[in-house]
Design a protein around this ligand. Structure first.
Ligand code: GTP
Ligand code: MG
Length: 300
């Protein structure tokens, strides 16, 4: 009997789009694990995040990118777009994610124009759980086929995990025949130290809402792994003294909640007990230039 299943596929799949369309939520669904941080605030993703899915017939190497920044004046925004560009360069397939409930906007088209050289583009219409009238979705798909040549157009809901398998099959179909590059039990190339900082940043973004200056970050000062306990000391870095009070919150309740929520997520992800010490530091210009960004772990 001829065995066609011998053709294992492996390749990289970039996830790009404007801010807040649900790229990181989608990555987490595609790999079946909460790896990338998500929030309703723009610039949640600041790094290239590699997430792996290994099935019987294929290994899918997903690369989540920062949302495409329209304004490139700040060093941070330029770094974010550089990261997104690099992710596109590396990819065999690009998932161009849009918010189907909002429909196409200029910023989406700006991202699409960066993908002209990509022969394998899949349009992912996310947030379909928010669409009441299905004909709108159909009209959107009709519009898209006029604008570029897509290998597939797939409506999904990252939040409700709708149609995720359909998207995975569409990706597999266009991946090159190749052997796996990572062990089958790996899910990222990022260290626990890196993931710990990201989890704290997510809680900061989610719990402080719009009061939080967006140029705040998290620095891991100490990370030790003792038997079944991770001991982590981390600093939340803000730019002004007044912002310290915002992070601390009334009677320290703000930072306490950030710590509790972050620890719970870390324990789940690392599969161990976590001791987490959190502090706040004020550094006025860490994000204003390339050296400052690099010193805080951005843009490598
Ligand atoms: N209703 C609905 N909300 C979603 C869906 N996917 C993501 N969201 C929400 O959209 C917001 C943005 O999600 P993210 O995954 O952080 O978006 P992103 O594109 O990675 O954002 P950046 O990294 O900042 O560019 C969050 O509040 C998510 O909960 C979806 O399918 N349906
Ligand atoms: Mg993101």
């Amino acid at each position: 009997m001829e065995d066609k299943q011998g053709e294992f596929r492996c390749g990289t799949i970039a996830i790009v789009g404007r801010p807040n369309v649900g790229k990181s939520s989608l990555l987490n669904r595609l790999i079946g694990q909460k790896l990338a941080i998500t929030s309703h605030r723009p610039q949640t993703t600041r790094h290239r995040i590699l997430g792996l899915r290994t099935d019987q017939d294929a290994q899918l190497i997903f690369l989540d990118a920062p949302g495409w920044q329209r304004k490139q004046r700040s060093a941070m925004n330029r770094m974010l777009n550089r990261t997104a560009e690099q992710v596109i360069e590396e990819a065999d397939i690009v998932l161009w994610v849009i918010d189907a409930a909002q429909g196409l906007v200029d910023e989406d088209l700006q991202v699409l124009s960066r993908l002209e050289r990509q022969s394998n583009k899949i349009a992912v219409l996310n947030k379909i759980d928010r669409i009441k009238v299905q004909t709108r979705l159909y009209a959107l798909a009709q519009d898209l086929v006029q604008r570029a040549e897509f290998s597939a157009i797939v409506p999904v809901s990252a939040e409700r995990a709708t149609q995720i398998e359909v998207l995975i099959e569409a990706c597999k179909k266009h991946l090159p025949v190749d052997s796996a590059r990572f062990a089958s039990d790996e899910f990222t190339d990022r260290s626990e130290r890196f993931l710990a900082a990201e989890i704290i940043r997510e809680k900061l973004f989610r719990l402080l809402g719009d009061e939080l200056p967006y140029q705040s970050t998290v620095l891991i000062e100490q990370f030790s792994d003792e038997a079944s306990l991770r001991r982590i000391e981390a600093s939340i870095v803000v730019q002004r003294e007044a912002q310290r009070a915002i992070v601390l919150g009334h009677a320290g309740q703000g930072i306490k909640r950030i710590g509790t929520d972050a620890r719970r997520d870390m324990e789940r992800l690392f599969g161990s007990k976590v001791f987490l010490g959190l502090h706040v530091k004020v550094r006025d210009d860490w994000a204003s230039n390339e050296q400052g960004l690099a010193a805080y772990g951005y843009g490598q």
